[in-house]
Design a protein around this ligand. Structure first.
Ligand code: CA2
Length: 149
């Protein structure tokens, strides 16, 4: 089983700015923790970050040929991007949405997600651990429902 991990705009700043909101782990630290979790679950992962919406859409299309599902932190595109939603629904693969922060406890504009209703599940508010919980949930879903998007 192979999972693509998608990090949206500005997530490469992790660990360097706003540690009170997003924690002190860098994106490299988070990817390493995801890699360890994936190894323990006996699945393969690949990770991609971009600040460019179109590059994220292209990656989803290309990666869909080789992966079984997506673990996605869309960053601010969560709250704005119909295109990202269309790309994920278009490839008909299951995805889990994750966020470091508790978006429900933040500004009202972060309460709306264009992805949540189409996701297998959503994990938010646990910092880097949101990704690990999301990965576990996605792998469990894929193992229990191998033929379903
Ligand atoms: O909590 C999350 O994971 C978010 O997806 C992070 C996004 C934010 O727009 C979403 O509402 C919630 C922001 C990602 C930018 O990350 C930064 C990290 C350090 C410093 C500045 C931005």
């Amino acid at each position: 089983m192979r999972i693509a991990v998608l990090h949206g705009p500005n997530l490469r700043l992790l660990g360097r700015r706003e540690p009170q909101v997003y924690g002190t782990d860098t994106l490299g630290d988070i990817d390493a923790r995801i890699g360890d979790e994936a190894a323990s679950l006996e699945v393969e992962v690949e990770s991609f970050q971009s600040n460019h919406e179109g590059d994220l859409l292209d990656f989803i299309d290309e990666a869909s040929a080789r992966v079984d599902g997506f673990l996605v932190n869309p960053g601010a595109l969560t709250h704005t991007s119909v295109a990202l939603r269309d790309a994920l629904l278009g490839v008909s693969l299951p995805f889990v949405e994750v966020h470091l922060s508790n978006t429900a406890a933040r500004e009202p504009f972060r309460h709306r997600s264009y992805l949540s209703d189409a996701a297998v599940g959503v994990v938010f508010g646990f910092g880097a651990y949101s990704y690990l919980l999301g990965l576990r949930g996605l792998v469990a879903h894929l193992r229990e429902h191998p033929d379903e998007p």
